[in-house]
Write a protein that binds this ligand. Sequence first.
Ligand SMILES: Nc1ncnc2c1ncn2[C@@H]1O[C@H](COP(=O)(O)OP(=O)(O)OP(=O)(O)O)[C@@H](O)[C@H]1O
Ligand SMILES: [Mg+2]
Length: 492
Amino acid sequence: MVTISPIRIKRFFGASIRWKILLAFFVIVGLSFAVAATNLTGLVRGYLFEQKTREDSLLAEKAAAAAAPFFDEADPEGILRVLEENAQSIDGRLMLIDQDGKVQYDTLREMSGHRLQLDEVLQVLTGKAEQAYGMHSPGEETAARLGGSGYNGQLAYSVHAMDGANGPIGALLFVSRIQSLMDSLNSVQLQLISVFVLIAIAALVLALIISQVVTKPITDLSRTMRKMGKGDLSVRVPVRGSGELRELAENYNTMAAQLERLDKTRSQFVSNASHELKTPLATMKIMLETVMYQPDMPAELRSEFMQDMNHEIDRLTGIITDLLTLTRMDSEKGSMKTEPVDMSGLTEEVVHLLTPAAEKRGQQLEGRIEPDLQMNGGRDRLYQILYNLTDNALKYSPDGGRISVSLRRENGNLVWRVRDNGVGIPPQDQEHIFERFYRVDKARSRETGGTGLGLSIVKQLVSMHGGTITVQSEPSRGSEFIVVFPQGGAAS
Ligand SMILES: Nc1ncnc2c1ncn2[C@@H]1O[C@H](COP(=O)(O)OP(=O)(O)OP(=O)(O)O)[C@@H](O)[C@H]1O
Ligand SMILES: [Mg+2]
């Protein structure tokens, strides 16, 4: 057997906004209508009863006054005429009762000579009141006896005292059949109940629709989040409607897109990195095996192999250092320590350091440096920016090429320009060279030792300093990289 514990009920209603809305709506509409309906029937009932009481009492009073003189003088004809006249316009009967409680005259005749034990009649006959009124649901027998044969419904008794020349002489009783009044009251009540049921059903349907509309975006969102939690980052919430829920869905989708993009770049980065690391390792393994399996290899050749292996190890170390720099920058975003940096001195230093390498290949490396330029930033990072750019310029220029590095103040900004007359970069590659692992000429870059990480590091470092980097290049004529740092450098 299924038992419904209070906790279960609590959970059922506590769990869902939908049920809460439904319940609240239903209770508010239902309660207000129930209160309104009760008040309305009370009002109608009160009005109708009051009206009836007043009418009946008035009639009884009038008839009593008209009949009293004839009754006092014992004039049966006069009495009958008066009673008949008054009985014409009513749904009921009139009776005259003497002081002993005996019916003397009855418009329906049947009760004449009988005694009547009615509270209202007693009250008047005993002099407790001049008139009395009461509504009753008598038994079947009394209803037929007093209401007329065949009548079975509610009755109202309206009694008024009659006074003769020497004091009280009896009472006039007006028995009114009020079943039709009760019937119409009941039908009003019935109508109200059916309207209430209709309204309750309408309220229920409306509440269902409203709660569905209100909670749909929330359930959608939670379903999507559940899917995303299971690892599917491509799911999105449908954006509909307006207001806060729409904003919520939009914000959620933006966040999901961001997460998905991050996830993609990360996995791409990892696969690229492993690929880059695998290549030098494979080369080294081949060289190592060659040396191992040829014990009688000439010493000269062997040392050449060793040198090549040493070179590959340097390359590996370089790649790993770059990778570490990139990951460190990712995690350090926004928390860079800055200091005033002597940019003129720093530029001089880079040019000086790379001059021997340039000279080795007959290249001309020229520095055009405006003196005493300073900005706020990280010294090592700024150094790495210029070093990478100049290193590229040398690497991608032929022997005997000309490279110039300039530092100037332009419109208040500090500007580095690194220009070469080397191989240049095709237009379609220019927008990609700042991506991680991107190389224009894969084969040649590897020969020259490049992994395609240098410029992506540069770009990140430049933006950490609030600057921008652009490239202008024409294939086989040369390239120019321009770094612009806004006035004052990075905020400290
Ligand atoms: N001055 C330049 N002239 C021509 N091509 C260039 C120049 N600078 C960069 N490139 C192109 O852009 C690519 C990306 O440069 P990047 O510095 O990121 O990588 P890399 O030099 O190949 O390797 P490394 O990670 O060792 O710097 C290079 O492979 C090269 O094809
Ligand atoms: Mg490079």
